[in-house]
Structures are given as C-alpha cells and as structure tokens.
Ligand binder design. Structure first.
Ligand code: ADP
Ligand code: NI
Length: 219
C-alpha cells in the first residue's frame, strides 16, 4: 500500500488531536475521537460520502469544542490555522470547518447538515453518545462536573422551574432524559439509524433497570 498525501494529512491530524485532547476527562478523550473516526469511515462507505473529508472532520471535531477552548470561535480558529498549513484544497478545508462548526447538539437548534459528509460525521459523533459506551461517558462527565448519579429531588431540566434551572444542577440520569434518549430521533443517515435504534433500546433498558433498583423493585 502506498502512502498518499491524504494519508499523511490524516496522520498529522491524528497527532494534533492526540496532543490537544490527550488529557481530557470529559468524554472527549482520544479514544472518543478514535471511535468516531472508525464509525465515520464505516458510515461514509455505506452512504457514499467522501472518506477523506469524513475522517479529517472526525479527527478534528473536538479540538474546537467550546468546553476545551475560550470560545467556539477561538476553537474553530485553532482548527482553521492548523488546516492552513496542510496540503488540503481550500474548498476541502472550508468543508471540514463547516462540518465542525455545525456538529454539536446545541439543544437540537443547529441547522441540518448541508452535505453527506456532514451528516455522516454528525451521526458518528451522536452514535458515541448512545449505547453502552455512552452510559460510561455520561457518568464520567457527571462526575467531572460534580453532579450526582441521581437525585429524586432534581427534576429533568425541561421539567424544572426557571429558578431551579439557574442553579445549573442536574444528574447523570437526568442527562439521559434531557439528551441521550432523544438522540436516536436526530440521526441523519439510514445506516446510522439502524445502529442507533439497537443501542437506544439497550440504553433505555439500562435506565429503566436503574430506576427499578432505585425503587427497590426486582429484588
Ligand atoms: P457533543 O460533543 O456531542 O456535543 P458533549 O460535549 O455535550 O457532546 O458531551 C460529551 C459527552 O459527555 C457525551 O457522551 C455526553 O452525553 C456527555 N455529557 C455532556 N453533558 C453531560 C451532562 N450534563 N451530564 C452527563 N453527561 C454529559
Ligand atoms: Ni465528539
């Protein structure tokens, strides 16, 4: 197998992402990127999307994350500056930045992805927030944030009063109701939808079982 210029760009992007995200404990660590890249390539092949663009956007998508930068803009600039020094066509660079800028869930408020590559990478990222690994990520993130696993006194955010919402307190279990159990209806591509349905069923059963044990039923 010969190494192409694109392969070299992907290897450099991997090194950059590892350096930027190496120590992250908020669920955006290198292995999250690794899983998203692998899933994006799998989906791209099935959906007829460009594998290089999908891989590059997946590798760089969390380098720009708001939580790891001063602002969304400065995060995106970091990615743009890095891409500007790579042998990647200007249109492809702009495409990758567009994908990364529109990836996040944002309460479901972002516009739909314009291109097949955007739809694939967004699906790959969302699939990592559904299923067994997603359960682990949610509890890891809640622990990092200082939230408890569950608290019957804290209602899901959309059931909270404005005063409760402003306290910023939630729980890991609430996060499933607020976001994770809603993701399967926000998947773009048929290939990802099939995976999402299966993972969703597992995650839903997990939350039900959690509540059963909490309530002391089933012993
Ligand atoms: P994305 O990069 O897809 O926008 P986030 O950065 O919001 O996702 O979250 C990264 C991971 O942390 C996901 O698996 C997500 O479910 C989890 N997470 C985010 N916010 C919370 C929270 N408040 N409580 C528990 N888990 C969370
Ligand atoms: Ni991600």
């Amino acid at each position: 197998m010969t190494t192409t210029a694109n392969d070299r760009v992907l290897a450099a992007a991997e090194a950059f992402a590892r350096e930027e995200l190496g120590g992250d404990v908020t669920g955006h660590d290198w292995w999250h990127i690794h899983r998203v890249v692998r899933m994006a390539r799998h989906l791209a092949e099935r959906e007829g999307a460009d594998v290089f663009i999908c891989s590059l956007a997946a590798l760089l998508h969390d380098v720009a994350d708001e939580k790891l930068n001063d602002s969304k803009e400065s995060g995106l600039r970091k990615v743009e500056d890095w891409l500007a020094n790579q042998p990647v066509a200007e249109a492809d660079r702009a495409h990758v930045v567009e994908i990364i800028a529109n990836m996040s869930y944002n309460g479901g408020a972002n516009p739909p992805m314009r291109t097949p590559e955007g739809r694939v990478v967004q699906d790959a990222d969302r699939l990592d927030a559904i299923g067994a690994i997603a359960i682990a990520r949610a509890f890891l993130y809640a622990g990092w944030k200082g939230d408890p696993i569950y608290d019957p006194a804290l209602r899901p955010r959309d059931a909270m009063t404005a005063a409760e919402y402003r306290t910023g307190k939630s729980t890991a279990i609430n996060h499933f109701h607020e976001k994770l159990l809603r993701l399967k209806d926000r998947i773009n591509t048929p290939s990802a939808k099939a995976i999402a349905e299966e993972r969703h069923a597992y995650m839903k059963a997990y939350v039900e079982r959690f509540m059963d044990e909490w309530d002391g039923i089933g012993d």
